[in-house]
Design a protein around this ligand. Structure first.
Ligand code: ADP
Length: 414
């Protein structure tokens, strides 16, 4: 890598690479949606050294395709509309340009990242804090389910970047605690969810508090019609990036097992005993079924946690961290957990209940095969699900095969 793109001064000493704490290299096989790059280096983007240090210490060696496409455009200040598969590095593709542009001498909030759920906010803020570790800036997270007073206190200090769920940050703006009148960039991650009916008015109000010349970036794996209206109203000649064409489900092998409802637990038991699961996520279609299934799995003697929207935030946090740190092998959940959550250890996703829509299906099974690793998705399908299965296959232009007697570990346990 060349040194030509960094200025040498006190902040950017020539030998800055010598003391980097780089994590162990991940040598697992990767699919083309993260390897088929144009060959950029992070140094090609003229980023400041403290940020480059953070990037390399995350273990990122080179930008992924979505990062190559997004970072230069975002640095140029353009509005962006980006579609990329889950797990291909979207988060860093907006965080890197945001961080590069932060002027730490200025005391106002300069960037907001909005995400639809609290766990995703936590994950994003952790990445942001790690990336900006050497920059000396202040990143805060503010979400529902936590004490408002604590957020108010934290906002008394200088805050450069806010990672938030929409309701809480709007509340803080309305209370004149968070001043976003000079915030120059806002990101909507999982934009389709953020612009769904539940959130739309909150987001519109929020945008209304930002200055006219703000930069807006939308990221999502899917862009339904609801988003189109928002784009027309709020974005200025957005630059479109679409990496979804053939990549949607690459690296994932999908199977279905045709079962009766009462055979499902038995079938799951068989899967547990036969598959080489590193970590698995098992989806049910209701909170009640999550509770019941988690109990059954524990009774069968397998390690298992569960998470759903009716649990307290404190419990949700505990479970999320424990699962991410590998403290338990299996996680049963409702669709609360489908979006954007990055647990690198997950190589198997099981739809204990088939989801209703192909969009949910895509988000759910996007949980395995993160960052181009291989993964397995298994669907337990009942008689009543059969048309839905066909519809999902058709809408996603994909093939879901009947489950074979034995599944080669080469497909998912690399
Ligand atoms: P997405 O937002 O697209 O769903 P994430 O940003 O969560 O995906 O990234 C998925 C995984 O890939 C994370 O574990 C992240 O640390 C890793 N990752 C992101 N960018 C790179 C990179 N350039 N090189 C190596 N790993 C990366």
């Amino acid at each position: 890598m060349s040194k030509k793109n960094t200025k040498n001064n006190e902040e950017n000493p020539e030998n800055w690479k010598e003391n980097l704490k780089i994590p162990k290299k991940d040598t697992r096989q990767r699919t083309v949606d993260v390897t088929e790059t144009e060959g950029h280096d992070f140094e090609d983007y003229y980023l400041q050294v403290p940020l480059l240090k953070g990037i390399f210490e995350m273990g990122y060696e080179k930008p992924s395709p979505v990062q190559e496409k997004t970072i230069p455009v975002a640095l140029a200040g353009k509005d962006i509309l980006a579609r990329a598969k889950n797990g291909t590095g979207k988060t860093a593709s907006y965080l890197i340009p945001i961080l590069e542009k932060i002027d730490k001498k200025k005391k106002h909030i300069q960037a907001i990242v909005l995400v639809p759920i609290r766990e995703l906010a936590m994950q994003t803020s952790q990445i942001c804090k790690k990336l900006s570790k050497h920059m000396g800036i202040n990143v805060i997270i503010t979400t529902g389910g936590t004490r408002l007073n604590e957020d108010i206190m934290r906002l008394e200090e200088t805050v450069h970047v806010v990672i938030a769920t929409p309701g809480r940050i709007l509340d803080l703006i309305k209370k004149n605690v968070a001043d976003v009148s000079k915030t120059s960039v806002i990101v909507l991650d999982e934009a389709d969810k953020l612009l769904s009916q539940n959130f739309q008015s909150t987001i519109s109000q929020l945008i209304g508090h930002l200055p006219q010349n703000r930069q807006i970036m939308l990221f999502s794996a899917t862009f339904p019609i609801t988003v189109k209206y928002f784009i027309q109203k709020h974005l200025k000649k957005p630059h479109e990036i679409n990496l979804m064409t053939e990549l949607t489900l690459s690296g994932l092998t999908q199977f279905y097992a045709f079962v009766e409802e009462r055979q499902k637990v038995h079938c799951l038991n068989t899967l547990f005993s036969k598959l080489q699961i590193n970590q698995s996520i098992i989806f049910c279609n209701s909170v009640k079924r999550v509770n019941l299934l988690a109990k059954k799995i524990t009774e069968l003697g397998y390690s298992c946690y569960y998470i759903h929207s009716k649990m307290s935030q404190e419990d949700r946090n505990k479970v999320f961290h424990a699962f991410r740190n590998g403290a338990t092998r299996n996680l049963v959940c409702s669709d609360l957990f489908t979006r954007g959550i990055d647990v690198p250890g997950v190589n198997v996703v099981i739809n204990f209940d088939l989801p209703k829509t192909s969009e949910t299906y895509l988000h759910r099974i996007g949980r395995s095969g993160r960052f181009g690793h291989l993964g397995l998705a298994i669907n337990l399908v009942t008689y009543t699900d059969r048309f839905n299965l066909y519809k999902i296959e058709k809408e996603l232009d994909t093939e879901i095969q009947p489950i074979p007697q034995t599944i080669s570990t080469k497909l998912y346990a690399d």
